[in-house]
Design a protein around this ligand. Structure first.
Ligand code: 2PG
Ligand code: MG
Length: 403
């Protein structure tokens, strides 16, 4: 395929922060992609190129300048070939020269172009490329937002209701639970009552005086609907006290004490998974918790593994986790995100595909999660249209797959 024209521009994400949008043109075909952006980022992630003022003009210029020029000189047989070319063109281990945001925008748009050319839905093209069996992921619906996504009104970053089954029924369950929780919160949260604050990912963000209260609420919702359970993203990088301890609700905990908290929560509530229970390099703490919770609850790496096949391999050697969060922008290309899924599945672990806290209307992650047959998809709460778009796209895919 010859990509003749590339456009790129800066668009606002859900926090109003600039992010990259790319449009590719090849003959009659054209495809667009926009790149999400995280807030609780791991230091081992590929580098998102930002200007001194927080803008993405340099990343945009890299797409319309060097990348467009080089791509126009070539003909690509597959999206994989194009990604390999982009990775070599950047030629840094962390995509810091051209920017992971610049490269991923082109990579996703190119995957869409190649799917169009083949006349197949995006999820199918991804499944063929990844050699995976497509299927509906569990919905990880972030019903209550905390941590850096909500000024720490709740200590953990994400309080998630995991909904299993067909997307249409899982989403109906999530909607019913989300609505019920929204109606209950004003009378039970701390503060003045009235409007419930919302967090960055379209979930409620109430305040409580105990660690357990949000889990009591989640467990009550889970008890009402079969096929539901609880997950959290502790995002423990953000809980660090600057030394080796963690702070929750103004109290300091040593790693083993935090481990005990998780243990007690899992004993008491119907847990499915815990993401980033410790900070990004605390491998031995991950190993201990994974051993203690084996068969009871998945331990998920996010900042710990950063969608990097090499870090996933190292985690496998250590036996540190049992599931991996897959975020294409942590690694910067569709090709490497697929390799990260492969490394995860090779380890016998669950892959959970994820949006970022700064999102756009792009629904690539829905097709990606379905295409690779992921264990789950994290796409946020139901109170923000950029999150709902992903769930809506999964509903469309359910119909496409039935045809
Ligand atoms: C996470 C994500 C997405 P952020 O930590 O898993 O929910 O947040 O994009 O801010 O890293
Ligand atoms: Mg996370």
């Amino acid at each position: 395929m010859k990509i003749e024209r590339i456009e790129a521009k800066s668009i606002p994400d859900t926090r109003g922060k600039p992010t990259v949008e790319v449009t590719l043109h090849a003959g009659e075909l054209s495809a667009r992609a926009s790149v999400p952006s995280g807030k609780s980022t791991g230091s081992h992630e590929a580098k998102e190129l930002r200007d001194a003022d927080g803008g993405v003009e340099t990343a945009v210029a890299n797409v319309t300048g060097e990348i467009a020029r080089e791509i126009a000189l070539r003909d690509f047989a597959s999206a994989d070939e194009l990604d390999t070319f982009l990775i070599a063109l950047d030629n840094t281990p962390d995509k810091s020269r051209l920017g992971a945001n610049a490269i991923l925008g082109v990579s996703i748009a190119a995957q869409r172009l190649f799917a169009q050319q083949a006349g197949v839905p995006l999820w199918k093209a991804i499944a063929e490329r990844a050699k995976t069996t497509p299927g509906a992921p569990r919905l990880y619906v972030n019903v209550m937002n905390g941590g850096v996504h909500a000024d720490f009104r709740l200590p953990f970053q994400e309080y998630i209701l995991v909904c299993e089954g067909k997307t249409s029924s899982a989403l109906a369950t999530a909607r019913a639970a989300f609505e019920k929780l929204g109606a209950e919160l004003p009378s039970i949260m701390l503060g003045t009552g009235g409007d419930v604050p919302m967090g960055d990912e379209g979930g409620y963000s109430p305040t409580f005086d105990t660690l357990e209260k949000p889990f009591e609420l989640l467990a009550a919702l889970a008890a009402e609907h079969s096929g539901t359970s609880i997950a959290i993203d502790a995002a423990a990088n953000e809980l660090r006290d600057g030394k080796s301890n963690y702070i929750l609700l103004k109290k300091t905990y040593a790693p083993n004490e935090l481990g005990m908290i998780y243990h007690t929560l899992v004993e008491r509530f119907p847990f499915h998974s815990i993401e980033d229970p410790f900070s990004e390099d605390a491998t031995q703490d991950f190993v201990r918790l994974t051993d203690a919770l084996r068969g009871k609850c998945l331990v998920v790496g996010d900042d710990f593994t950063v969608t990097n096949p090499e870090r996933i391999e190292a985690a496998r050697e250590a036996g540190a986790i049992t599931a991996v969060l897959i975020k294409p922008n942590q690694i910067g290309s569709v090709k490497e995100a697929i390799e990260a899924v492969e490394a995860t599945h090779d380890a016998g672990w669950a892959a959970i595909c994820s949006h970022r806290s700064g999102e756009t209307m792009d629904t690539f992650i829905a097709d990606f999660a379905y295409g690779v047959g992921a264990h789950g998809i994290k796409a946020g709460g139901l109170g923000q249209k950029q999150r709902l778009e992903k769930y809506e796209r999964l509903l469309e895919i359910e119909k496409e797959a039935e045809r």
